[in-house]
Design a protein around this ligand. Sequence first.
Ligand SMILES: Nc1ncnc2c1ncn2[C@@H]1O[C@H](COP(=O)(O)OP(=O)(O)OP(=O)(O)O)[C@@H](O)[C@H]1O
Ligand SMILES: [Mg+2]
Length: 328
Amino acid sequence: MSLEAITTLPWVEKYRPKTLTEIINQEEVITSLINILKTKTVPHMLFTGPPGTGKTATAHAFARDLYGPNYIEDGWFVEINASDERGIQTIRDKVKMFARQIPMGGEIGFKILLLDESDQLTDDAQHAFRRVMEQYSSTCRFVLAANYSNRIIEPIQSRCAVFRFRPLMKNDIIRRIKWIAEQEKLEVDDAALEAIYEFSEGDMRKAINTLQAAASISSKIDEKSVYYILGYISRGEIRKIIELAIGGNFLQARDELRKLIYVQGLSGSDIVSAIYRELFYLDLSEEDKLELLDLLGEIDYRISEGGTEEVQLMAFLARLAVKSKKKK
Ligand SMILES: Nc1ncnc2c1ncn2[C@@H]1O[C@H](COP(=O)(O)OP(=O)(O)OP(=O)(O)O)[C@@H](O)[C@H]1O
Ligand SMILES: [Mg+2]
C-alpha cells in the first residue's frame, strides 16, 4: 500500500481490529470464537446485531487468527455482500468458484465465506443459499452477518451457531475514540466525546466517522465542532435562545437566532430539530410541552412550504414565552 493510500484510508478501516482480542465489548461472542479457534472445528455461523457493532470486523479477525495475516491473499477467505449481488445465481457462482479448491499446504481443510448483509436476501434466495451451504460445506464454512436474525429463515438459523452482537456501551465507544484521537494526535474535550457518543447510538462506525470528519476541520475538537459536522446546533446555543425568549428578551433572542440562520447557515429545519431535542428538558408541564411540540411540527411544515424561517421561529419563541409566564 502506498503511503498516500495509508494516510487517506478511512479510519474505520485503519483502526479495524486485526485480531479477536481487539474486538471491544462482545465478550461472550469472542470467548466462544476463541474456543472454536483452539479446536479448529468451525461451524457455520450467523452474526446478528445492530450496525457498527463489529460483525464484519469479527469475521475478518477470526479468519486472520485462523489462517494468518494473508488470509485473503492466500485465498482462504472471501467476503460477498448480499446487498451488492443481484441474484442468488451470481452468489452461487461465486461460492462455487471460491469453494471448488482448497489452497495447497494449509493445515485447515476448509475456506471461509462471509456473506455480509445476508438479511437483504429474499426468502427464496435464502432457501437457495441454504442449498448452496449444504452442497459446499465440506470445503467451505459460511459466516452470515445480518442486522436482524428474524429476517433469516429458520433452516439457515438452525444450521448455524448464532452469535448475538450488542450495541457498544458508552464507555467502550469513548475509550476507543480517545485512543484513536491519541494515535491521530488530536485534542478532544469531554463534551465532544459525549456528543460523539450521543450521535453514535452505540454504532462504532458512526462514532469513528464523526471523529474523522471533525478532525478534518481542526485537530482541536470540542462539542461545537462535533455539532457543526453533524449539522446540529450545540445545546448551549439553542438553550441560550430559548432562555432569552422565556425571559422576554426577544430582540436578543432574535439576534442569536439570526446568527444561526445567516452566519452559521443552518436551515430552519435544523433549528427546529434542535429545539425539539431541547424542549423535553424545559421546566414546563407535559400538557404545555405537547402543545409546543404540535406547534413545532406546524412550523416545520410551514418552513418546508416556503415560510420565512426567522418569522416562523420567532412565532414559536413567542408562544414559549407565554407558556412559561403562565406558569409563574
Ligand atoms: N466491537 C468493536 N470493537 C472494535 N471496533 C469496532 C467494533 N465494532 C465496530 N468497530 C469499528 O467500526 C467499524 C465498523 O464495524 P463493522 O463493519 O464490523 O460493523 P458491523 O457490525 O459489520 O456493521 P453493519 O451491520 O453495518 O455491517 C470497524 O471497522 C471497527 O473499526
Ligand atoms: Mg458489516
